[in-house]
Structure formats: structure tokens, C-alpha cells
Ligand binder design. Sequence first.
Ligand code: NAD
Length: 289
Amino acid sequence: MKIGFIGLGNMGAPMAANLVAARHGVTGFDVSARPESLTIAATAAEAARDADVVITMLPNGDILRSVAAEVIPTMQKGAVLLDCSTVDVQSARDVAAQADAAGLMAVDAPVSGGIGGASAGTLTFMAGGPQEAFAKVNPLFDIMGQKAVHCGEAGAGQAAKICNNMILGITMIGTCEAFALADKLGLDRQKMFDVVSTSSGYSWSMNAYCPAPGIGPQSPADNDYQPGFAAELMLKDLRLSQQAAEVADADTPMGQLAQALYAQFVEQEDGKGRDFSAMLPRFETRKRG
Ligand code: NAD
């Protein structure tokens, strides 16, 4: 396939490199990054012009909207605009409607798996859009990831992503505060892990990404909390979840509290640039009240 790839940052560059390694013709564009593994176009429109699929991997919904407005008029009829960024549900729906009006198909397919998953080609994609478009891009999901779930119509991928990450933010905070409480109760961390990871308190945060250094599988906690998944990205996703909850009139008190805690951690404490599991050393140093 001929692929245009727009947004070649931490995630986009390794995803594009995996497509090149699988012998797809990839032309990339980014306003600042210029990875050597790809042919680079002078503009986003040029990268998109003859492509069968245009993939975007961008920071937010506003940037997605502006890039989509630039590339949609140049794309060939029947081509697919595949956005893998994490953006608000409304931006995904609006971009899909514009693509549809121009005779194109759109898929929103945000990812789970982080930079490690992007490099290893083991991302999970959660996709929204027409079945025909999903079928067309599915072989690309197989290259860049290990699992793709077609979640429904336009915006459904973003909806799945922010619901998943709202659970993740909440469970990570719960896991970290429980470790900090266990410390103060004199409970050995390894024993705490041995019990919880095989009891009803288990979760991905505990079992697969344990926030306590030296306990459980290798995780960012074992690497001085270098991300991994940065606390500011968790904050971004929690904000998107609460923005969606506002619009949908959904009651999400735990999501709201998780957003407030990550905002405090990133904007007023030392959380920026640290993994989101660095909530554990944060709780360790705090007292009640
Ligand atoms: P990043 O900031 O490293 O990359 C974004 C790239 O987009 C940058 O290189 C930037 O120069 C480029 N860009 C910005 N405006 C542009 C424009 N108008 N035209 C072309 N390029 C433009 O971010 P990232 O970590 O690669 O994340 C990308 C997306 O993936 C985000 O939506 C993020 O929420 C999501 N995501 C990231 C992770 C992660 O662990 N990093 C995990 C899951 C999802």
C-alpha cells in the first residue's frame, strides 16, 4: 500500500518504521521531526496526495482538525484517513464527517501500548468507523500491533480509549495509595504483591505494571520511573474522559478525582516527565489530610 504518515514523534516514527520494514511505501511528514528511516514530504498534503491510507499520529484534536482540513481535499477518492492519535470523541466524529463528505473513509484508532509497543509492533488498536474501512486498514494494524478491536462507528475507538484509560488512572492511584498504606502498616511490599496480585484487588496496574520498584515484572518503577507512560499523558486522557463525561452527562466521580490528582502531580508537584506510576513515591512522602 501507499501510505502517508503524518506526525512522526515518539509513537509515529516507530510505527512508520514498522510499516517500512513490512515493505509498504511510506511518505512521512512532521512539522519538526525528520526520522531517517522514511521518505519525507515537504507538506502534509504532499505526503497524503497519492496515498491509499493516510495515518495521523498527532498531539491533540485541534491539530488533527487542522491537518485533516489540509489533507482531505488532496486525498484520492476511496482512500482511508486513519487517525491513531488520542483525541476527543467530537473531533474524531467531525473529521470522519468531513472525510465522508469528500468521498473518503475515516477510522479513529487510538492505541494502547506506549512507545515500547509502538517500537515492538505490539500495540492494541481500538477502532471506530465503517466496516469496509476497518477491513482495508486491518493488515496495517497487524503490522503495527498485535490486536485490533472494531468498536463501532466514528468516535467509538476514542470512546473505548478514554474509558480504558480512566480505569487505568483510577486503578493506578488505588494501587499506589494501597502500597503507601501497607508501608505504614509495616507490611512487606513483596508480601503485599504476592497477596493482591492473586486476590480480588488484582489489576493490570498491580500485576503487569507494578508501581513498587523491585516487585513483580519489570516496569518503569525499576527504571527510576522514566516513562513508560508519562503522567502528563495520563492527565491528558483523564481530561478527555471528563470532557466526554460532561457532554454525555455521565456521573464519573472517581475519574474526576483521578484527573484532579494527576493535575496536581503534573502541574504543582514533580510529576511532569515521570511515569504515571510515580504516584507511589508521591503517596509515600505524604501524610493524611
Ligand atoms: P509526540 O509529541 O512525540 O509526537 C507528535 C508529533 O506530531 C510531533 O513530532 C510533532 O512535531 C508532530 N506534529 C505536531 N503538529 C503537527 C502538524 N500540524 N503536522 C505534522 N506534524 C505535527 O507525541 P507521541 O507520544 O508520539 O503521541 C502521539 C499521540 O499518541 C498522542 O495523541 C498521544 O496521546 C497518543 N499516545 C501516546 C502514547 C505514548 O506513550 N507516548 C501512548 C498512547 C497514545
